[in-house]
Design a protein around this ligand. Structure first.
Ligand code: ATP
Ligand code: MG
Length: 566
């Protein structure tokens, strides 16, 4: 099965198809993506977003963006705006179908009254600790609250007073009356409403009672007309409660909850609580730090929306929990940029080379293709003169066997230019190589008739007279451990201390002076780079991704060595 087919035949599509075939909801399909505005979206959310929006689109239905804003303390308009921006960037639109759980507060309150009236909800006056004690455990049933059999009128009166601000936080809660002995803890008289005397970003001080997630979420689905409520596996145990609300309230619409597995990525963490710790404690430079798995971080890093959607399509939708290799995400981007990114020369760690037999004042423009197999991307001219920079790694005074680059007395081709030979090595007092004196063979210019002479290696370079100096940021994975979330110790102990390397003196070919924010390039032999949008003066280029998955290679080598030893 190829990736596209796999994507087509996920089990959720099959369920939706069967529901349509059975005439459920009059054949209508409506989904929703329900983020809580308490943090930025991450790549895990992208999985839910693509699923919700794509399913709706495929079946000519609609997908709502519904902010689940029932926790006023933790939520902020900053997050609402960031979420909208990320969704649009991913390529989705929802027009007027943007709602907030808080839009439904009056109706949710009505549903609560309804349950009380029917004897299916009661006001519990125990403290939070007392409630916890009677809840029981996974192996022991819970016990009934002493307030469980309060008369309906008393419940009505107390609940109205809760809403009117008569009581302090924690004095009372409203609970559903289901079954304290249920094997499913979620069914043991779950809390529906609690008192919170905080101002809500949308409803201000209208309310001092706020609905709990399960109640608000199920009934928002109902009120909005959701047909398929797609959510992650941790809500599987909440489904009986979801269905209890549908069965015990006068609803017109019966949404169906379907769970799928979360996306987990190696070498990163995904929970917003943990990501916000990284931000608040200064381990990263903000939610949109290019090392973060947030959509804003990935965008700044140089990821395209298409590469992320491609990745989500390839991993597919299942019910099995899994941990995806970071390399699979990176590969989606590499494949795209390999096709689209113009090639450029940049010398990350420059070593000066003087070509003694090249005339002092002479300059040449050398033709260079912008892409090896896309003539439509055209070509550019790279200036060449007597002094150039090469990558300091491309020279070894004492080369290992098979070293194909420059060493004393050896020859190498300058890509798109001439063959040069290293004649002399100049060092400073500490013995560090600071300059090479070379000669060039004028008969070997690339593209010319005589350029056929072959040498083993080809390296990139820039003209010292014309190059522009820029700061480069090289990123590596944020954590050293493949699964920093696992285990009992603090996940931050696994942070990679070398996740950002800053090079201040890199030298770039002059055409890059005109590069614009977010534009992407392949710096030949060095990886894909983009201008960091945080620096409006275009002074910083960031490495989006390396050319190859160097970690995979290291891991493969380690595996080979291990098997040799065994
Ligand atoms: P987090 O654990 O990151 O705080 P959350 O589930 O609390 O995530 P929400 O804002 O409630 O964050 O998420 C909105 C939607 O995104 C939910 O339907 C949730 O199931 C889905 N979602 C969140 N994380 C992932 C993930 N890693 N993979 C797939 N879907 C996810
Ligand atoms: Mg949540």
């Amino acid at each position: 099965m190829d990736d596209q087919e796999k994507q087509k035949t996920n089990f959720i599509r099959q369920i939706v198809e069967a529901d349509i075939a059975a005439g459920k909801n009059d054949g209508r399909v409506q989904t929703r993506f329900p983020p809580e505005p308490n943090g930025y979206l991450h790549i895990g959310h992208a999985k839910a977003i693509c699923l919700d929006f794509d399913i709706a689109k495929e079946f000519q239905g609609e997908c709502y963006l519904r902010f689940d804003d029932t926790n006023p303390e933790k939520e902020d308009i900053e997050y609402v705006e960031a979420i909208e921006k990320d969704l649009k960037w991913l390529g989705y639109s929802w027009d007027e179908r943007q709602t907030y759980a808080s839009d439904y507060f009056p109706k949710l309150h009505g549903f609560a009254l309804n349950l009380i009236q029917e004897g299916k909800a009661y006001v519990d006056s125990q403290s939070a600790d007392e409630i916890r004690l009677l809840r029981g455990t996974l192996t022991e049933p819970g016990k009934d609250s002493p307030y469980r059999d309060r008369p309906i009128d008393e419940n009505m009166d107390l609940f109205q007073k809760m809403a009117n601000g008569v009581f302090d936080e924690g004095e009372h809660v409203l609970r559903a009356k289901i079954n304290m002995a249920s094997p499913n803890i979620n069914m043991r008289d779950p809390t529906l409403y609690r008192i919170r005397k905080v101002v809500h970003q949308r409803t201000g001080d209208t309310w001092c009672i706020y609905p709990m997630y399960d109640f608000a979420h199920t009934l928002s689905d109902v009120l909005e007309g959701t047909t398929h409520s797609l959510c992650t596996l941790e809500f599987e145990d909440h489904r009986p409660l979801y269905e209890w609300f549908l069965e015990n309230l006068p609803v017109q619409n019966y949404p169906r909850q379907i769970e799928f597995s979360r996306l987990n990525l190696m070498f990163t963490v995904m929970s917003k609580r943990k990501l916000s710790q990284l931000v608040d404690e200064g381990h990263v430079g903000g939610w949109h730090d290019p090392r973060m798995p947030t959509l804003s971080g990935l965008r700044r890093r140089g990821y395209t929306a298409a590469s992320i959607r491609d990745f989500i399509g390839r991993i597919g939708i299942t019910k099995k929990d899994n941990l995806i290799e970071l390399g699979s995400l990176e590969n989606c981007l590499r494949e795209e940029l390999n096709e689209t990114a113009p090639r450029r020369f940049a010398v990350l760690r420059p070593l000066k080379v003087v070509i003694d037999n090249y005339p002092q004042d002479k300059e040449e423009l050398l033709d260079a293709a912008n892409h090896p197999n896309r003539p439509d991307l055209g070509s550019r001219q790279i200036p060449f003169c007597r002094e150039i920079y090469i990558e300091s790694d491309d020279f070894r005074e004492d080369p290992p066997r098979k070293f194909r680059r420059l060493s004393p007395g050896s020859e190498v081709r300058l890509r798109y230019g001439y063959i040069i030979k290293c004649e002399e090595v100049i060092k400073d007092q500490s013995g560090e190589v600071i300059e090479l004196r070379c000669s060039y063979d004028p008969e070997t210019r690339s593209g010319s008739e005589q350029a056929q002479r072959k040498v083993k290696g080809t390296i990139h370079w820039v003209s010292a007279r014309h190059a522009i100096q820029r700061e480069l940021h090289l990123y590596d994975r944020l954590f050293i451990a493949p699964n920093p979330d696992q285990g009992t110790d603090d996940f931050k102990r696994h942070l990679n201390p070398d996740s950002l390397e800053i090079l201040k003196n890199s030298m770039l070919e002059p055409i890059l002076e005109a590069a614009k924010p977010a534009e992407k390039f392949q710096f030949e032999r060095q990886g894909y780079f983009t201008i960091d949008t945080e620096f409006p003066d275009c002074s910083v280029f960031s490495r989006t991704v390396t050319l190859r998955d160097s970690w995979a290679k290291i891991e493969r080598q380690a595996a080979i060595e291990e098997s040799r030893q065994a």
